[in-house]
Design a protein around this ligand. Structure first.
Ligand code: SF4
Ligand code: SF4
Length: 265
């Protein structure tokens, strides 16, 4: 595996900058992330790229920031759109963007950390799973959301394998356009899930007063037992007001998985 292949895969515009704070905003959305990245990129492109000039950008960027979700994660001011057309996200200080000069020495984490850091996806997702996520979510916003949500990816394979009574492999999905389209819809739920209504949630995590907890759905308050889709429901940031909502959400997942199983051969 090439170093950092999960961060900048070859497929489409899939690119990730989650660990640089890309999603670490209260009520993060595609629009909000785009605004931040556009502004940071614009500021960076105006600089002469000397340390002193780049450091001057910080106060201007800080003054225009939305509210940070979890202050322990640093929202890097040198994260931006890379390449043409604002289609990929990444590190503006990377040597590949600066005639071979690695400018990360001025970053909050320092050059060594930025050059070497790898998230849990590198340890827990197989290459096949990461490549499939990149093919199905070949997009600057959705890919990082899905790649860093291990439960979301792993649970799909677990549930789907249980329904077809054999191991569902990512390579099989990647080669079959009908299965890939269903997996794309599944990952797309990360952005469109109507029960993800709490701006302090990020997947299964909830952030409050500088701390984070894993959110648990209170099934007893809904008069229900634990859903078989519990992990996926939490990954999608679900918070239900009543049992009817839970039922509707479960049915949406069940239908999607059934459709997948029906097309699997
Ligand atoms: S969260 Fe993981 S895949 Fe994404 S940029 Fe960081 S190390 Fe790379
Ligand atoms: S300087 Fe470090 S934290 Fe900032 S965008 Fe680059 S790699 Fe990410």
């Amino acid at each position: 595996m090439a170093d950092f292949k999960y961060c900048q895969p070859d497929q489409g515009c899939a690119s990730c900058a989650a660990c640089c704070g890309m999603y670490n905003w209260v009520g993060c959305s595609r629009e909000l992330a785009r605004e931040v990245l556009e502004f940071q990129t614009e500021q960076y492109l105006k600089s002469d790229r000397t340390d002193s000039d780049l450091l001057k950008l910080k106060p201007e960027i800080f003054s225009r920031r939305p509210k940070i979700l979890y202050p322990v994660i640093y929202n890097c001011e040198f994260l931006g759109f890379i390449g043409n057309g604002q289609k990929r996200v990444g590190c503006l200080l990377h040597p590949g963007l600066n005639n071979g000069n690695n400018l990360r020495g001025i970053s909050h984490h320092g050059r060594e950390t930025c050059d070497q850091a790898r998230c849990t996806a590198y340890f827990y997702l197989s290459e096949g799973e990461a490549e499939l996520a990149a093919s199905a979510a070949a997009d600057w916003y959705l890919y990082g959301l899905c790649l860093t949500d291990l439960d979301l990816v792993k649970e799909f394979f677990k549930m789907a394998s249980g329904m077809v009574f054999q191991e569902v492999r990512p390579e099989t999905i990647g080669k079959d356009p009908k299965l890939l389209e269903i997996f794309q819809r599944y990952l797309g739920l990360k952005e469109s899930w109507k029960w993800a209504r709490n701006p302090l949630r990020f997947g299964k995590y909830i952030f409050q007063e500088g701390k984070y907890l894993i959110h648990r759905i209170d099934y007893s308050a809904l008069g229900r037992g634990r859903s078989r889709h519990d992990k996926i429901l939490n990954s999608l940031g679900s918070e239900f007001e009543n049992a009817a909502e839970l039922h509707e959400a479960e049915a949406a997942l069940e239908n999607l998985l059934q459709e997948f199983a029906g097309k699997f051969r």
